[in-house]
Design a protein. Structure first.
Lengths: 114, 113
């Protein structure tokens, strides 16, 4: 069965620190990959997505993610975080040649200290 | 504001009861997805409807059912409620039947006492 692992459940950083949130999935076929963010009290919204092409994907608010097929990974990065990045981040995977189900990771709570 | 609306925002009910959650997708979106978010299970995909037809099924219990109406709004029916059904239920919509960017609603928080 497909699964998505987000290794860090809770991350605390100071402003201006660099961020990398891990995401690994278990599926050997073609995948679509997503990162969603949920700011406190708000709905989930898309940060970035990978469907094909350049494995380095740039999203909103200075976030980027790199798809490394050989490692089944899609880690999220930001060179310098801000207090406003405090949120919960979800990685999600869709196995394209299977069905339209999307599997979400359990999320990583990011807390940025001012 | 994603353009997806969900009602009610909060729902408190007792075990054994039945509730209906409502979702209106963004204008023009044909697909509606339902998710359950709980502390222990995380965000779980329940079911997807596309243009009125069931398209994909996830971890949806038999006590739960959903439908999408001709005007494309959707309802999630939860019956014989148990304490463990307490969760945040999200609806999302997307333009087509193929999985692409989903636009999430604000969610309905269900508390079963």
């Amino acid at each position: 069965a497909q699964s998505v692992s987000q290794h860090n459940h809770h991350v605390i950083l100071s402003e201006a620190a660099s961020l990398e949130l891990g995401c690994n999935y278990s599926y050997g076929g073609t995948v679509n990959l997503f990162w969603y963010v949920q700011y406190p009290g708000q709905h989930l919204q898309l940060l970035l997505k990978y469907f094909s092409g350049d494995p380095l994907v740039k999203g909103i608010k200075g976030f980027e993610a790199e798809f490394i097929k050989s490692k089944f990974s899609f880690n999220l990065r930001k060179p310098s975080v801000q207090w406003s990045d405090t949120a919960e981040y979800f990685c999600a995977v869709n196995a394209m040649d299977r069905d339209d189900k999307i599997i979400f990771g359990k999320g990583t709570r990011l807390h940025i200290l001012p | 504001d994603s353009g997806v609306t969900q009602t009610p925002k909060h729902l408190i009910t007792a075990t054994g009861q039945r509730v209906t959650l409502r979702c209106s997708p963004r204008s023009g979106d044909l697909s509606v997805y339902w998710y359950q978010q709980s502390l222990d299970q995380g965000l779980q995909f329940l079911i997807q409807y596309y243009n009125g037809e069931e398209r994909a099924k996830g971890n949806i219990l038999e006590r739960f059912s959903a439908q999408q109406f001709p005007d494309l709004h959707s309802e999630l029916n939860l019956s014989s409620l148990e304490l463990g059904d307490s969760a945040l239920y999200f609806c999302a919509s997307s333009p087509t039947g193929r999985l692409d960017t989903q636009y999430f609603g604000p969610g309905t928080r269900l508390t079963v006492l």
